[in-house]
Design a protein around this ligand. Structure first.
Ligand SMILES: [Zn+2]
Ligand SMILES: [Zn+2]
Length: 235
C-alpha cells in the first residue's frame, strides 16, 4: 500500500503523514508493517483502547469495618401478641452469637439463629404465665444432638422468644424478638460443625468455632480467627 492512500489515514487519523517510529529492539517499521498490524486488529474486533482496559488488573477491594450496632443499657422485647415482654440489662450480657446447632435449625426453621446470652439476674419478664416450654431431650427419639435447651414460646401467638439455659444461668434471647435497644455487635459463630453444608458464612470478621469457644467450655477448633479490621470490637 502506498503512503498517500487515503484509506490508511482514515484508519489511523492520529498518525502523522510521515511515520518515523522505532520500537526499542525492533527494526524501524515500514509502512507495510503498520498496515498489516491495523488490519489484524480490525479482524479481531478489538481496538487499541479495549486491549488496554482488559490488561489492567482490578484494584483490590479495601476492607472496612462493618457498621455494627452499639449496645444500649437496656434491651426490651416481646412476643408477637404482646402478652409476654422481657427486659435485659447490658451488664448481664455474656455474648452475642450466631448458632448453627441442629436444635436451633429445627426449632426455628432456619440455617442459623442470632441470640444474646444474658444472665438471669439482669432479666425481667412480664406475662410469664403465658410461656410454654419445649425441650427436645424430653422427647423420645429426638434426644440426640442439640443442647439442653428449654425453649420459651408464647402460648397464644407461638412466638419463639428465648431459650432458658440453666447450665449458663442465662437466657438466650433471639434477636428478632427485640423491640427496643440493641445487644451490640455479635462475637462469634458457634456449633458450625452442625451447619448445613450449603450455608455459607459471610465475611463478617467474626471467629468461626466448630463447637463453643473455650470461654464457654468448648474444646473444638476455631476455623477462622477474628478480623480486627472488619470487627474492631473483638481486637
Ligand atoms: Zn404472644
Ligand atoms: Zn443452637
Amino acid at each position: 500500500m502506498h503512503g498517500s492512500d487515503s484509506s490508511f489515514f482514515t484508519l489511523l487519523p492520529s498518525l502523522p503523514a510521515s511515520i518515523n517510529v522505532q520500537i526499542k529492539g525492533h527494526p524501524k517499521p515500514t509502512m507495510s508493517t503498520v498496515t498489516t498490524t491495523v488490519t489484524s486488529a480490525e479482524a479481531s474486533g478489538l481496538t487499541t483502547t479495549e486491549t488496554a482496559t482488559i490488561a489492567t488488573p482490578a484494584p483490590a477491594a479495601k476492607k472496612v469495618a462493618i457498621p455494627w450496632p452499639v449496645a444500649t443499657d437496656v434491651v426490651k422485647g416481646s412476643c408477637v401478641c404482646g402478652k409476654i415482654t422481657w427486659k435485659a440489662k447490658k451488664e448481664g450480657v455474656m455474648a452475642v452469637l450466631f448458632c448453627y446447632c441442629k436444635d436451633c435449625q429445627e426449632a426455628h426453621g432456619a440455617n442459623c439463629i442470632e441470640a444474646a446470652l444474658c444472665g438471669y439476674a439482669a432479666v425481667e419478664w412480664t406475662g410469664e404465665e403465658h410461656i410454654e416450654a419445649f425441650n427436645r431431650h424430653q422427647h423420645e427419639g429426638r434426644a440426640e444432638g442439640g443442647t439442653c435447651n428449654n425453649r420459651r414460646f408464647c402460648g397464644t401467638c407461638k412466638c419463639h422468644i428465648a431459650s432458658d439455659l440453666p447450665g449458663f444461668e442465662a437466657y438466650a434471647f433471639f434477636t428478632p424478638s427485640i423491640d427496643e435497644g440493641s445487644f451490640g455487635p455479635p462475637h462469634f459463630h458457634i456449633l458450625t460443625k452442625e451447619k448445613p453444608a450449603h450455608h455459607v458464612i459471610g465475611e463478617d470478621g467474626l471467629p468461626i468455632w466448630l463447637g463453643f469457644p473455650p470461654s464457654f467450655g468448648g474444646t473444638d477448633a476455631c476455623v477462622r480467627e477474628a478480623d480486627p479490621v472488619l470487627a474492631p470490637h473483638l481486637a
